[in-house]
Design a protein around this ligand. Structure first.
Ligand SMILES: C[S@@+](CC[C@H](N)C(=O)[O-])C[C@H]1O[C@@H](n2cnc3c(N)ncnc32)[C@H](O)[C@@H]1O
Length: 258
C-alpha cells in the first residue's frame, strides 16, 4: 500500500449519507463545556468543524494519517489539524471528548488504542466512536471472494475478514477500562440513485487498498468485475438502489480513574 490511498473527492460522493452516523453518534455525547475535543481520523475536517460549532468554547483538534484528506481542512481559531496515526497518537494532557467516526475499522490494533484512550480521558470525559458493521454484507463478501479467486495473485493478502467487533464486545472492553458505556447498532437503508451506485460508494472506502495496489488497467478490470457482482446483489428498483448499511456506535464516559 502506498503512503496515502485516500481521495477526498471520491470519498465525498455520498457526504450526506456518510455524515448522518456522525451526527447520531455525537448526539449521545452529553459533555456540557469540554475544553479539549479531539477528532481522531478526521478526514477532510468538515465534521471536525461541526464539533467546534457544537462546543463553542472548546479547543478542537482533528488529526488524520492521510495528508490528502486533511489538505483542505478548515483550520483557524480554536480549530487545529495535524497528520498523525491513530495507532500511535497519545495526548500530552487529558482530553474531555475524543470522537472517531468511521476510522477504527482501518486500525487492526484498535482495541488496544481504545484502552489507551480511555486511560487518557479527563475525569467524566467522553469517548465516542462509530465503525461500519457490514463486513458480512454482499458489498464486502463478494469483493473478498473476488480477491481470493480471480484476483488472488494480486489482492489475496488485502482481504480483511472481520476488522471490528460487536457492540457487546466494545461495551465490555470500555466498561473494564472504567467507563459507563452506551453501545448500539443501526442499519441505515440508503436509497441511492444513478448507475453503479454501490460500486461508487465502496470505491471511496473499502476498495481503496485494492485500487491503490493495482495498475490503472488492472483497476479498471477489477472495477468491472466488482460492478457485475454488485449490480446483481443490489439491483436498481423503481425507487432507486436500496443499500442497507449496518453501523456500530459506542459512547463511553469515564467514571473511574485507574
Ligand atoms: C471513512 S473516512 C472518515 C473520515 C471522517 N472521520 C468522517 O467521518 O468524515 C476514514 C478516515 O480514516 C483515516 N485513517 C485511516 N487509518 C488511519 C490511521 N491509522 N490514523 C489516522 N487516520 C486514519 C483515513 O485517512 C480517512 O480520512
Amino acid at each position: 500500500m502506498s503512503g496515502d490511498m485516500w481521495d477526498p473527492a471520491i470519498y465525498g460522493r455520498y457526504a450526506d449519507e456518510r455524515s448522518r452516523p456522525f451526527f447520531d453518534l455525537v448526539a449521545r455525547v452529553d459533555a456540557e463545556r469540554p475544553r479539549r475535543v479531539v477528532d481522531a481520523g478526521c478526514g477532510t475536517g468538515d465534521l471536525t468543524a461541526e464539533l467546534a460549532r457544537r462546543w463553542p468554547r472548546a479547543e478542537v483538534h482533528g488529526f488524520d494519517s492521510s495528508p490528502a484528506m486533511i489538505a483542505g481542512a478548515p483550520a483557524g481559531g480554536r480549530l487545529t489539524f495535524s497528520v498523525e496515526d491513530v495507532a500511535r497518537w497519545c495526548p500530552r494532557s487529558p482530553v474531555d471528548v475524543i470522537v472517531s467516526n468511521a476510522v477504527l475499522q482501518w486500525v487492526p490494533e484498535h482495541r488496544e488504542v481504545l484502552r489507551r484512550w480511555a486511560g487518557t480521558l479527563a475525569t467524566d470525559g467522553w469517548l465516542a466512536f462509530q465503525v461500519p458493521g457490514n463486513f458480512g454484507a454482499p458489498s464486502h463478501a463478494l469483493v473478498r471472494e473476488l480477491c481470493r479467486t480471480k484476483w488472488r495473485d494480486r489482492l489475496a493478502d488485502l482481504v480483511r475478514e472481520a476488522p471490528v467487533g460487536d457492540p457487546a464486545e466494545y461495551h465490555d472492553l470500555l466498561a473494564g477500562a472504567g467507563c459507563q458505556v452506551d453501545a448500539w447498532e443501526t442499519t441505515y437503508l440508503h436509497v441511492l440513485t444513478g448507475e453503479d451506485t454501490v460500486l461508487r460508494w465502496v470505491s471511496g472506502t473499502s476498495l481503496r487498498p485494492m485500487l491503490d495496489r493495482l495498475t490503472p488497467e488492472e483497476a479498471e478490470d477489477f472495477l468491472c468485475d466488482c460492478a457485475a457482482l454488485l449490480d446483481e446483489a443490489y439491483p436498481r428498483g423503481p425507487h432507486g438502489t436500496l443499500f442497507p448499511f449496518r453501523r456500530i456506535f459506542v459512547v463511553a464516559q469515564k467514571v473511574i480513574s485507574r
